[in-house]
Design a protein around this ligand. Sequence first.
Ligand SMILES: [Mg+2]
Length: 176
Amino acid sequence: MLKAFLPNDYVKNIYAITPEYLKERNIKGVITDLDNTLVEWDRPLATPEIENWFKKMKDHGINIVIVSNNKEKRVYDFARPLQIPFVFKARKPLRRSFHRALSMLKLSKEEVVVIGDQLLTDILGGNRSGFHTILVVPVASSDEWVTKFNRKVERIILNKFAKKGLLKWGESSSGK
Ligand SMILES: [Mg+2]
């Protein structure tokens, strides 16, 4: 049952996911969450580091779509300056937005990873839709109030995974 929440990889942050890391796994496209995955949920714009990450991916021919449960203005204001396509009010873990993002990428499922900081939305949704999933440690330790309940459930699941030795850190991450 809990397997539905188990990510394929678990990394320290988005920067552990490099073009080399993706190429080793034959990945050509990325569906990524926004809040607390790319930047803190209350930071309106990308940091220079995030801009660089996007640029590096683009230089290696890896296409990205941002899929966020947040509202249009938040996602638009963040993604527009970066010229990254996006889906807002995605209602993850529902499958619909993942499929929409996949058609925007024009790739097959096997060529795409789903990245996010939440088991109950990003990872569950990505797994249900049949993608390779990567969990990142949240950028900020604070959350929007709606997320707080999910985090409690998430902690219980993560502890269970840890006890069973199921969660493995991605090879490119620099450890705990
Ligand atoms: Mg998030």
